[in-house]
Design a protein around this ligand. Structure first.
Ligand code: OSB
Ligand code: MG
Length: 368
């Protein structure tokens, strides 16, 4: 296939409720949407998961725009691309900027699947027809507020509760949640808010029978995490620290984690995600699909990826209505009894709604 035209859109959506992590609060969600047109005039879609500010990692919506406009799009425009796997190869001369690369790589995978008339899930080699869904719950004002939310999501059927923690909102909070919900699959995500010196606090979480603790230590660390894992019984899951297959290989070798959260944008695309998935499978490391508060387009890619066999734990792929009054795809992502049914239409399987997208677009530019 030949990519004939790429359109970038700066999209602004408002979340129904603010979402707070150890590093900041999200309410207005701004992101880049990418549409790639092939030589048949068919469109593939990708979403950048880079946020407005560089607090999850170093990338932002604007660095992504810059990388796409000045390097990534020119590297792919009007070139023959036979297999989507070639995209990461072509872009390998650019260091990092994984979220920017992933934006167009996802669109090429969508196009590839649509051209073949198969689902993105099938194109990736996934075989599940439905996937299990967990939910990530931000830091709340009070423990009562949190308990109420957990109760609501348990009743909705979500298969796993993930509680965001930070120093001062951790041991007591998890104790209360566990006390009120003795049997739910429960985990915590620290988003890098601790250091090895905080080991006593992290060790205290061992008594709550957590499935895992996600990214307790620094966002670029795999050495201290290995030390920590030796001293706590709760399995460590790495998120921020894993940017590539090589990072995953080293973390597994060092014993830095027992579980990996795969985010397509963080690792530079679906091809790299699949490689990490396969590596983890060979080593008996379970994986699950993380979320970045994506719109339906990004979510659709996450859902397709989760159909691969070693995604054995519920992911952060909550439904559209958890985040948005109105999502930008049709149909919206629906979670029923904690499950999403994989769509059977070609490509990402959900249709971007151009009218809605237009309403939310602050700026757009096409490249051909
Ligand atoms: O660490 O997984 C994370 C949201 C923003 C930034 C980082 C993270 C998260 C979430 C929410 O946990 C996942 C989602 O619901 O999309
Ligand atoms: Mg995380």
């Amino acid at each position: 296939m030949i990519i004939k035209e790429v359109t970038l859109r700066h999209v602004k959506m408002k979340m129904k409720a603010p979402f707070t992590t150890s590093f900041g609060t999200f309410q207005d969600k701004e992101f880049l949407l990418l549409e790639a047109k092939d030589d048949n005039g068919m469109s593939g879609w990708g979403e950048s998961v880079a946020f407005h500010s560089p607090w999850y990692n170093e990338e932002t919506l604007k660095t992504n725009w810059h990388m796409l406009e000045d390097f990534i799009i020119p590297s792919l425009l009007n070139k023959e691309v036979e297999q989507p796997e070639e995209v990461s190869e072509i872009l390998s001369y650019i260091r990092k900027n994984n979220m920017a690369k992933s934006t167009i790589e996802g669109a090429v995978w969508d196009l590839f699947a649509k051209r073949k008339g198969i689902t993105l899930a099938a194109a990736l080699g996934g075989e599940k027809t439905e996937i299990e869904v967990g939910i990530s719950i931000g830091i709340q004002n009070t423990i009562d507020d949190l308990l109420q939310l957990v109760d609501e999501y348990v009743n909705d059927g979500y298969k796993r509760m993930k509680i965001k923690i930070k120093p001062g909102w951790d041991v007591e909070v998890m104790r209360e949640v566990r006390k009120h919900f003795p049997h739910i699959p429960l985990m915590a995500d620290a988003n890098s808010a601790y250091r090895l010196k905080d080991i006593d606090r992290l060790k205290a979480l061992d008594e709550f029978d957590l499935m895992m603790i996600e990214q307790p230590l620094a966002s670029d660390d795999i050495v201290d995490h290995a030390q920590l894992q030796k001293k706590i019984s709760t399995p460590i899951c790495l998120d921020e620290s894993i940017h590539s297959y090589e990072d995953a290989r080293k973390a597994i070798e060092l014993g830095s984690c027992k579980i990996i959260n795969i985010k397509i944008g963080r690792v530079g695309g679906l091809t790299e995600s699949k490689r990490i998935h396969d590596l983890c499978q060979q080593h008996g490391i379970p994986v699950w699909c993380g979320g970045m508060l994506e719109s339906g387009v990004g979510r659709a890619h996450n859902i397709a990826l989760t159909t691969l066999a070693n995604f054995v734990m519920p992911g952060d792929t909550a439904g559209s209505s958890r985040y948005w009054e109105q999502d930008i795809i049709e149909p919206e992502v629906v979670v029923k009894n904690g499950m999403i049914t994989i769509p059977d239409k070609p490509g990402i399987g959900y249709e971007p709604n151009r009218e809605i997208i237009q309403q939310f677009t602050a700026y757009e530019k096409s490249y051909s």
